[in-house]
Design a protein around this ligand. Structure first.
Ligand code: F6R
Length: 237
């Protein structure tokens, strides 16, 4: 495991974007799994800028969406699909046949099987960039949820439902999610986990102490885990 703590968020974003660009450049044709959520958005913007500078070809790899709110589709503000399409896939010019994201309006179990087939067809996820939720989830691998193989339909934790309000333009009642499971993510060679801001300091501290109630703790034994924090998120270490 590598732990990177940057003095500023800008420095953190720059370091992560360059490391991700370097990996992508060295692994054409590989499958990459990227989180939505607010935290990694500046990294995606920087990756798009690096591509514009000719330093990386983001369409040289394939992409798998990490998770989705069951009940939300492409037209819904705050769906993972909408966030990733607008923040990354479209600005980066990723062709439709190089990406697969969950459709939250489709049958969740069928979506899971389709994503598993996509992951398998592209040789498994080799690189993933994750955030961490206020309850320690990664993707929608919620506290107490099984460590299942492949992709999972999950009952959303109360904290996930409460915190999720920040993404939406109106009131939503969302009780389920679909997610790539922790075991499939753990098969990646490189697992980037990113956290910024003081509000993440407690959960990051719990994760790094190996708290078994924190799903992200299960990534700690992974040899390719690289945790990127800003000074505030590292405040309880
Ligand atoms: C989003 C996702 C979630 C978020 C996490 C942190 O696709 O998988 O696990 O990464 O909830 O969200 P933010 O970055 O908004 O604090």
């Amino acid at each position: 495991m590598e732990l990177h703590i940057a003095e500023t968020r800008e420095d953190l974003v720059e370091r992560m974007a360059r490391a991700a660009a370097e990996w992508i450049g060295a692994h054409p044709g590989s499958l990459v799994c990227l989180a939505a959520g607010d935290t990694p958005l500046p990294v995606y913007a920087r990756l798009v800028a690096l591509q514009a500078e000719g330093r990386v070809d983001l369409a040289s790899v394939f992409y798998a969406g990490l998770d989705e709110w069951v009940g939300l589709g492409p037209a819904d503000a705050g769906s993972c699909l909408q966030v990733m399409r607008d923040a990354f896939y479209d600005p980066a010019g990723i062709p439709a046949d190089r990406r697969r994201v969950f459709d939250g309006l489709a049958d969740p179990a069928t979506e899971c099987r389709a994503m598993e087939r996509w992951i398998e067809a592209h040789g498994g996820i080799r690189f993933t960039l994750l955030g961490i939720g206020m309850n320690g989830h990664v993707g929608f691998n919620e506290p107490g949820a099984p460590d299942g193989e492949g992709c999972l339909v999950v009952a959303l934790d109360d904290i996930t439902q409460t915190v999720g309000v920040k993404y939406f333009d109106r009131e939503r009642t969302l009780r389920q999610g679909v997610t790539v499971g922790l075991r499939s993510l753990s098969k990646a060679e490189i697992v980037f986990l990113m956290a910024t801001g003081e509000r993440k300091a407690d959960i990051v501290g719990r994760m790094l102490s190996g708290d078994p109630a924190v799903p992200a703790s299960r990534l700690l034994p992974h040899p390719g885990l690289r945790i990127y924090l800003d000074r505030e998120a590292a405040g309880r270490l």
